[in-house]
Design a protein around this ligand. Structure first.
Ligand SMILES: [Mg+2]
Ligand SMILES: [Zn+2]
Length: 511
């Protein structure tokens, strides 16, 4: 029987706020240092901890223990949130979905990842694989179960090592990781070798491991009140809890709590990892020596775009928006400032190929066109000294395979209401004025419509007109603005075959 079929890991960034401060200011790294919020020190580095300082203690008490303690104000969470987002994005892009707990903890169910890796190994490789990092209680304990958990957890420990390396290389942060067959144990075992390490637990040693934690309060989720009441029962330790009869617990607690306590004491946890929302944005930025020539800027964006697309290739979603960012040096103010503007992407720019999201043919050029015209809007006619460019996909939407995604793209997004991106406060573009909003079908999202390229608006309009004359569709208001558009000199290729959005979609794809 497959007793321990899952591989769950718990990733916990070490002394998170304080470590972020260290990354931002490496001078802090070799000093005892903590982050202060109000009158408390909320977290500190391990040098400070060696003085006996604990998290969430009054600053006064900490300074008594360590007079040289350096404190940094941490009320403003924005940098911590930025790092938190980058950690989530990195994990998601490289290793799959995570259940996010607070700013710096993630559960991940890596069962499939581990199984896939195992399946690729030859028999010889399989006999030679080893655990990465320390284990509990010892290596032999893993071989005592024949359900296959040994190999899964072994590969799991290697994935955990990869994750730690990635986070360290890309974000300069260390973390502690637990690897086990359930969430409860993964979280608890990850604390064994903190900081900057990982621990994998042998499933058959789960109860023994729990008993070693001793205090009932160590069971994650058992709050002070419950712990007190357990102690009233004469249960002082986790092993007492293991040995106590279920009936005794049931007399004091609800059925649910009694079951949970008993199971937790034995290291049993059937809860599943529930992936948190996927990242709302995926972006990349490149800094550079000052650039003053437009074609050089274009070259930078040219390089950035395919890299960014690679970052979403394993996503089941496609972005509908792209933020273009530049950082400019302002000579008067002697400082650099970032500016960002949003442009729109069409679903037809993306395709599924070989189970991955790729750009459709010509989409690179079309996107680059939008990027550069957005760039021109930011810069205006001024001279520029650009030292950073960035692209960021946003407004993600699930990609429905096998259907014309442009159709769903244009459907009114009722559930999302009329919300639009905060940064999307640009004045209505010219094309909005050209096409009369009243002439488009009622189920078309106006905000999406007005951002479409004029050619696409016109082709769509034409297709709706022809379909409305064919089906007498009632929500189609015949457009009188259409003729006037042509008279504004916007040459339209009349294409009577465009009967619906689907054909238009194909048409655009072939263009
Ligand atoms: Mg942490
Ligand atoms: Zn097993």
């Amino acid at each position: 029987m497959n007793l321990h079929s899952s591989v769950v890991i718990h990733v916990d960034i070490d002394y998170f706020y304080a470590q972020v401060e260290e990354v931002l200011n490496p001078n802090l790294k070799d000093k005892p240092f903590g982050v202060q919020q109000g009158l408390n020190m909320v977290t500190c580095n391990y040098i400070a901890r060696s003085f006996g300082i604990k998290k969430w203690r009054p600053v006064k008490e900490c300074l008594e223990k360590c007079p040289d303690l350096v404190l940094v104000k941490g009320e403003d969470l924005s940098e911590y949130k930025k790092f938190s987002k980058r950690i989530a994005e990195l994990l998601h892009e490289e290793f799959g979905s995570t259940e996010r707990m607070g700013l710096d903890e993630h559960y991940m169910d890596i069962t499939k990842l581990a199984e896939d890796k195992l399946a690729l190994l030859t028999d010889e490789e399989l006999t030679n694989i080893r655990f990465a990092g320390p284990f509990y209680p010892n290596e032999e304990a893993f071989s005592k179960c024949s359900c296959g958990c040994e190999n899964r957890l072994m590969v799991g420990s290697q994935i955990a090592q990869n994750i730690r390396d990635k986070i360290l290389n890309e974000l300069k942060l260390t973390c502690s990781v637990g690897i086990a067959h359930n969430k409860l144990l993964a979280k608890l075992v990850g604390q064994m070798n903190k900081p900057n390490n990982q621990t994998v637990l042998a499933p058959i040693a789960a109860a023994e491991f729990m008993a070693e934690l001793k205090e009932v309060r160590n069971i994650f989720g058992v709050g002070g009140k419950t712990a007190e009441r357990i102690e009233e029962l004469g249960i002082k330790s986790i092993s007492d809890l293991q040995n106590c009869t279920f009936e005794k617990l049931r007399n004091y607690f609800t059925q649910e709590t009694a079951v949970r306590l008993k199971e937790a004491a034995l290291g049993i946890d059937n809860s599943v990892v529930r992936p948190s929302g996927k990242p709302k944005t995926v972006g990349l930025e490149h800094s550079c020596p000052p650039i003053t020539i437009r074609s050089d800027v274009e070259k930078m964006f040219q390089d950035l775009l395919p890299q960014l697309v690679e970052h979403i290739e394993n996503d089941a979603r496609i972005p509908e928006g792209l933020k273009v960012t530049i950082r400019q040096y302002n000579r008067e103010k002697k400082a650099s400032f970032k500016e960002t503007k949003q442009c729109v992407l069409l679903p037809s720019y993306f395709k599924h190929f070989d189970e991955k999201i790729k750009l459709s043919d010509h989409a690179h050029d079309l996107i680059m066109k939008s990027v550069m015209s957005t760039f021109d809007k930011i810069i205006g006619k001024e001279k520029f000294y650009i030292n950073l460019v960035g692209l960021c996909f946003n407004k993600f939407r699930e990609l429905k395979r096998g259907t014309s995604s442009i159709e769903s793209f244009l459907k009114k997004r009722k559930s999302e209401g009329e919300t639009s991106d905060d940064n999307d406060q640009s004045p209505p573009s010219k094309r909005q004025k050209i096409v009369n909003r009243n002439s488009i079908p009622a189920n078309v999202d106006q905000s999406v419509w007005r951002d479409l390229p004029i050619e696409l608006q016109q082709e769509l309009m034409r297709s709706w007109q022809s379909s409305s004359t064919n089906d007498n569709s009632s929500d189609m208001i015949k457009s009188s603005t259409f003729a006037s558009e042509s008279s504004q000199g916007l040459k339209l290729k009349s294409n009577g075959n465009l009967k619906n959005v689907n054909t238009l979609y194909n048409h655009f794809n072939k263009k």
